[in-house]
Design a protein around this ligand. Structure first.
Ligand code: S3P
Length: 367
């Protein structure tokens, strides 16, 4: 691949639909009564893996491109799949382990080579405390997971990591459990599950860093408009900021406060970002983001902001190479357990391009 230095970037774009919200719309739509219509669905391989898992459990889905119709089976209507369920490369699809733990059938959940290396004990442990029978087939705490559906009971779980995947798996199991289920995280992770479950008729509350779900008797279908993914917008934000003379308008981007850390960090670095047409679409805040080229300075990034920009940190690391001063990213060890070790990959590749970047235990230092 050859890159050429670019002139000013000018124009208006929309970015693909939010991955996290697309996954959840299919999951909750499958468990709901009635037909859920999803617009702006992200047609990426990960979200298609989630569709495929629910199709294998007897849910009728019509994928018409930008619109997906999910003809839900109701909360207790999933069927035993005839094959194993394959998440492919999709980390988020794994949160269905919470749903599977409570079904009246056995199932094996797996994924590609990368998924089979990612830690699942963080999900298996709380689900087991709820009464689930969930075993790592190779005994290494990773997928494939053999799940024997059981009756579950609610727990209050304190998670060591701020992870929406861990939190959501537990909350989904809590839909089926006897009594309320709570998850306390060190910092608040993305809350799309909480917002959307409430739209579908579940009862989820949040106090500080604790989310609590009541058992549900049924979920009800909804129309879901998936906003643009701020993780995809991140690349255009960076390009617009870096290339002198640029001005880009990114339309209809999700700016949920549990996802908007990139906007805060860019502004702290001196970025000229303006939010236009800010509104709320069924609980999810959205806006158009106007990006103007800016001269950037370094930032210190750590603590509670990390879960709100966990997927944008690689892009922020690239941006930091163009900022005056030394940027420090800390408290981001979670980057090591993504589809790749994102710290190692960014340090290796930015260094190969001549950047001055040092890997640390839980982040990077970028000069
Ligand atoms: C996601 C949560 C994040 C994120 C992933 C999607 C989700 O993972 O990195 O791309 O949709 O819940 P963790 O919650 O494990 O950090």
């Amino acid at each position: 691949m050859e890159f050429k230095k670019s002139g000013p970037l000018k124009g208006e774009i929309t970015v693909p639909g939010d991955k996290s919200i697309s996954h959840r719309a299919v999951m909750f739509g499958s468990l709901a009564k009635g037909t859920t219509e999803i617009t702006g669905f992200l047609q990426g391989a990960d979200c298609l893996s989630t569709i495929s898992c629910f199709e294998r459990m007897g849910v009728a889905l019509e994928n018409r491109g930008d619109i997906v119709l999910v003809h839900g089976n109701g909360l207790h209507g999933l069927k035993k799949p005839e094959t194993i369920l394959d998440c492919g490369n999709s980390g988020t699809t794994r949160l269905i382990s919470g749903i599977l733990s409570a079904q009246n059938f056995d199932v094996t959940l797996t994924g590609d080579a990368s998924i089979q290396k990612r830690p699942m004990k963080r999900i298996m442990e709380p689900l087991s405390l709820m009464g689930a029978d969930i075993v790592s087939v190779n005994g290494n705490g990773c997928a494939p997971l053999a799940i024997h559906g059981k009756a579950l009971h609610g727990i209050h779980y304190t998670s060591k990591v701020a992870s929406a995947q861990v939190k959501s798996s537990i909350l989904l199991a809590g839909l089926y459990a006897e009594g309320p289920t709570s998850v306390t995280e060190p910092y608040v992770s993305r809350n799309h599950s909480e917002i959307m479950l409430n739209l579908f008729g579940a009862h989820v509350t949040t106090t500080n860093t604790t989310a609590t779900i009541e058992p549900a008797s049924e979920l009800y279908s909804r129309k879901i408009n998936v906003p643009g993914d701020i993780s995809s917008a991140a690349y255009f934000i960076a390009a617009g900021l870096m290339v002198p003379g640029s001005e880009i308008l990114i339309k209809n981007v999700g700016i949920n406060p549990t996802r908007d850390g990139i906007l805060h960090v860019c502004r702290a670095m001196g970025a000229d970002l303006t939010l236009l047409n800010v509104k709320e679409d069924e609980g999810e805040p959205v806006a158009d983001i106007l990006v103007r080229a800016s001269s950037l300075h370094a930032a210190e990034i750590g603590g509670s902001i990390i879960p709100t920009l966990i997927d944008e940190l690689p892009m922020i690391a690239a941006l930091a190479c163009f900022a005056q001063g030394t940027t420090v990213i800390r408290d981001a060890a979670e980057l090591k357990v993504k589809e790749s070790n994102r710290i190692a990959v960014m340090v290796e590749n930015l260094s190969a391009m001549g950047a001055d970047v040092t890997e640390t235990e839980d982040g990077m230092i970028i000069h």
